[in-house]
Design a protein around this ligand. Structure first.
Ligand code: G3P
Ligand code: MG
Length: 245
């Protein structure tokens, strides 16, 4: 892969949260395309497993983001694929997203559904055989048991331990998981914590950072990247900083 996308060497990464979901229906191909067109080096998405297929959707129910009803994992794959996830688009399969992104950005796969660790690792092995680099992916989850499974199944895959509210002992927990990064909710983050995370040899990515004041604060706190629904805002601010304005 291009070193442009290697998280180890990117000083600050703009991660399109569910694509560019401030502009396009979240977790759809058009949302990912929009994020890449804006200039995101990374995108983030959420996955569930249904009938052995990994599907890209955030909620465990269909009501908010599609014209369907009920729990995602209770439905047939055929029904899920018949739904409108916004602007006439299907709920994408993870394979479709990886192929559509086609090395133009890194992909953060967040394990939302149960029993997703093993199928994600299997799928990424298939992509590796077709020329994808494991460093093009970051696997994250609030479910640290599944995250540990990813690390056991494929230690070469980078993992990010997600925390949204209680960050107590988050550094020790991430080290225990052999995670690459701590992916933290915005309200948990301050400069002192960022320093301690860096001292432990971990990266820190922060969600969901949409407002300019927060983007600015995260840059000042020297986090390694942010998840945002509005990638243009983050990228514009980065440009202004680079141009010394
Ligand atoms: O991975 C960052 C963020 O996506 C975690 O929260 O609920 O938006 O998936 P959520
Ligand atoms: Mg997510």
């Amino acid at each position: 892969m291009s070193s442009t996308f290697d998280l180890q060497s990117i000083p600050f990464v703009c991660i399109g949260h569910r694509g560019a979901c401030g502009y396009e229906p979240e977790n759809t191909l058009s949302s990912f395309e929009c994020a890449i067109a804006m200039g995101c080096d990374w995108i983030e998405l959420d996955v569930y497993q249904v009938e052995g297929e990994l599907l890209v959707i955030h909620d465990d129910t269909l009501n908010r983001t599609t014209n369907g009803r009920g729990e995602v994992v209770q439905q047939t794959l055929a029904y899920l694929r018949s739904l409108d996830a916004g602007k006439g688009q299907q709920i994408p399969k993870l394979t479709e997203v990886v192929r559509a992104v086609d090395h133009r950005a890194g992909i953060n796969i967040e394990l939302k559904g149960e029993h997703t660790a093993s199928p994600v690792v299997d799928l990424l092995h298939q992509f590796e055989a077709s020329g994808w680099d494991p460093a093009e992916f970051l696997i994250s989850s609030f479910d640290h048991v599944q995250l540990a499974q990813v690390g056991q199944l494929e230690p070469r895959l980078r993992t990010g331990a997600l925390f949204s509210r209680d960050a107590e002992n988050c550094i020790a927990k991430a080290i225990d998981l052999r995670a690459f990064s701590l992916n933290l909710g915005l309200r948990l983050v301050d400069a002192d914590l960022v320093q301690r995370i860096h001292a432990a040899g971990l990266k820190v990515y922060v969600f969901t950072v949409n407002h300019t004041a927060d983007i600015s604060r995260m840059m000042a706190d020297q986090v390694d990247g942010v998840f945002t629904n509005f990638p243009d805002r983050v990228l514009e601010m980065q440009k202004e900083i680079q141009n010394g304005r």
